[in-house]
Design a protein around this ligand. Structure first.
Ligand code: SAH
Length: 346
């Protein structure tokens, strides 16, 4: 990968403190460095002018700075949404998306190069998983977009390519850094982690004291139907997933979002609506309907708008909070992972 040097942007405040202690440095040095990195967003040791020269050069020997290279940026003419294709230092490429809302900038980041979950309608999984992203590579998607836009990013969704809970340690490290009040200071409630339902990791996350919003990719109301769309459902059955999600809610107090990609002929019948309403019954949750984005290599299509609206109506009648996802950047909106695929084909 990079060099044998450690990515300094992947170190949490605690890790940096023990690194500096091991170097025989005073405690406050770690604080100074951390502030340069995550408050002032400095990207070289040279600029850390309150550190002694000797320390700067020993840091230089140990650590490296992660940098992404924007290979392509597509901007929507409709709403200004931007899609970024970033090259990593080893030449792999990933996608990130920036959306502007009334409350600020929201960035959707990738957590892996590719994905191994195999969801049937998803482009990110077609070539399998290439590798996990480091915490620094997740963070830099945000900081570099923020620098390009000259604006603070206020919301982050981990809904790009990859399964974040399949890259758990790096994810948690990233979450600690991005939500640290002494640094990047995003609020956990403004961060959403989307998962296809890795049960043991949902439970682990519920105990991290990182009360981020959890989005569960449900996509079907029964085990049988869910398995057809999400092969991972065979490993983590729906009952266990729903229990884990309940636990997450009890531990964190965060209302869970269910993502439900609407696929023509698969999951939006009246029966599906009734079964979904039964499944979610008394839960404090929200359902987000996503008209499926057709992927070239797959044959799935979206239901007609009126059918999705009817589906929403049936759920609302049963007292469920539900929205149809607003499609940002419709004119640049290849499905998740498609920009990367078209680049790789070139
Ligand atoms: N691995 C995470 C993040 C994936 S992307 C997860 O499974 O949640 C975020 C959401 O987009 C997931 O719900 C995913 O199932 C959905 N998705 C992926 N490809 C899609 C497509 N072509 N159309 C609609 N939704 C899609």
């Amino acid at each position: 990968m990079m060099s044998e040097k450690i990515e300094i942007l992947s170190r949490t405040a605690d890790e940096l403190a023990s690194d500096l202690e091991a170097l025989g440095e005073k405690k406050y040095r770690a604080k100074q460095i951390y502030e340069w990195l995550h408050v002032h967003h400095v990207r070289s040791f040279e600029e850390m002018t309150n550190l002694p020269k000797a320390l700067r050069s020993s840091l230089e020997e140990r650590y490296c700075f992660t940098k992404l290279h924007a290979v392509e940026v597509l901007t929507s003419k409709i709403d200004g949404t931007k899609k970024f294709l970033f090259a990593l230092e080893d030449g792999n490429v990933i996608e990130s998306v920036m959306m502007r809302y009334s409350y600020g900038l929201s960035v959707c980041i990738s957590s892996q190069v590719g994905c191994r979950m195999g969801c049937r309608f998803c482009a990110s999984t077609i070539g399998g998983r290439v590798r996990d992203l480091t915490a620094a590579e997740m963070l830099c998607q945000i900081t570099q977009i923020s620098a390009l836009m000259q604006e603070r990013v206020s919301h982050v969704v981990i809904m790009g390519s990859g399964e974040p809970l399949d890259n758990y340690d790096n994810l948690v490290r990233f979450l600690r850094i991005v939500s640290d009040p002494a640094g990047e200071r995003l609020s956990c409630r403004d961060i959403t982690v989307s998962t296809c339902g890795i049960v043991p990791k949902i439970l682990e996350l519920s105990r991290e004291q990182l009360p981020v919003t959890l989005a569960l990719s449900l996509h079907a109301p029964t085990q049988e139907k869910r398995e057809r769309l999400l092969p991972i459902a065979r490993t983590y059955p729906l009952d266990n997933v729903m229990d884990a999600v309940q636990t997450y809610f009890h531990e964190t107090g965060r209302r869970v979002t269910f993502e439900y990609s609407c696929v023509q002929g698969e999951n939006t019948s009246r029966q599906d609506a009734m079964q979904l309403a039964d499944l979610l019954g008394r839960m404090n949750c929200h359902v987000n309907l996503i008209p499926v984005n057709p992927v070239e290599e797959r044959s799935y299509t979206r239901p007609a708008r009126k059918d999705i609206e009817a589906f929403r109506g049936m759920l609302e009648k049963r007292g469920i909070s539900v929205t149809i996802r607003r499609e940002m950047g419709r004119d640049i909106n290849g499905a998740c992972g498609q920009l990367r695929r078209s680049y790789l084909e070139k």
